[in-house]
Design a protein around this ligand. Sequence first.
Ligand SMILES: NC(=O)c1ccc[n+]([C@@H]2O[C@H](COP(=O)([O-])OP(=O)(O)OC[C@H]3O[C@@H](n4cnc5c(N)ncnc54)[C@H](OP(=O)(O)O)[C@@H]3O)[C@@H](O)[C@H]2O)c1
Length: 328
Amino acid sequence: MGGMVGFLYRQLTFAPKPLPADISLLGKTVLITGGNAGLGLEAAKEMAAHNISRIILGVRNLSKGEAAKAEILTQSPNCDVLAWELDQESFPSMQAFAERAAVELDRLDIVILCAGVKLLEFIKSKSTGHEMNVQVNHIGTALLSLLLLDPLQRTPKADPGQPTRLTVVTSEVHFWTEFEQKDAPNTLARLDEPSLFGKGMDRYNTSKLLNVLWLRELSSRVGPELIVNGVNPGLCASTLHRSDTTPGIKSFNRIFAWTSVQGGHNLVDAAVQHSEAQGAYLSEQGIKNPSPFVISAQGKQAQTKLWNETVALLQEQLPGVNLLKNHV
Ligand SMILES: NC(=O)c1ccc[n+]([C@@H]2O[C@H](COP(=O)([O-])OP(=O)(O)OC[C@H]3O[C@@H](n4cnc5c(N)ncnc54)[C@H](OP(=O)(O)O)[C@@H]3O)[C@@H](O)[C@H]2O)c1
């Protein structure tokens, strides 16, 4: 069942499950962006309960990061939890964060790129000049996915066995956008034009479509020792919806939203299970088709175009870094 009716039906009838109790993550290191709140924090807590050895929380506010760390340690005192500064509105911050991971971590097994915003008004990032949903959700996620390939690909070389994992947190809302900017001469530049922001959640939905297109292209370029996938956590009660003033949104969420703990179950399922499926889109803890647009010929074209434009934009920001050096 597709569309809005299918979405509401699944929210009411599916119950996300935690990782089976017998799965141990001992010895592994996970890095989670947006790890101080909402689904990212819940995923961290769940992984700590499965004895993961080290958790890196990417946080834009260190005091919130320390509070999240304390929350994880209350439950799982033996886990090594570190809160590292990361601002997805700042290219130097993202570069420093990824360099720190490359230099300081002896291994990196799992990355969950979860940080995100949902803004219903056009706001330009003061530091980068790009529209904020696109900056944080797509540009930031894309850059980190490239910069973290180094430690993610080093780990299975030193310790062959299971592939390492990179999960991008996307959303079912990627089905619900016309993505009118896709045919512009430069899609990313067009997304910075205020007049084309769209109504309601449209721009957020587009940013989540960009996540799906990006992760599919990335997954085709990384080789079998790193599994890249994307997860739809489902509608969950979290601070993501704080600036959504749509009439009735609070009551709607009270009826249909899962808890952040349940959203965290979906993130952990995607990042730990399903290692057989490169480039998969996961929803309700199973591999599902992404939107018809994504799997169409037009979608494939948009995917390549987005890849080329994004790499060009990022390369301009980081001229001294070979962003594609870790690709097969
Ligand atoms: N909740 C849902 O219904 C839902 C549904 C589908 C998909 N998702 C996706 O799930 C992910 C997590 O969302 P959530 O529900 O957990 O929301 P949340 O509670 O608002 O958490 C978002 C996280 O992203 C961080 N963040 C925001 N801007 C950032 C920036 N510029 N640099 C670094 N970190 C930044 C936030 O930090 P601060 O605490 O400092 O703001 C926070 O840690 C998002 O990608 C979202 O699109 C959520």
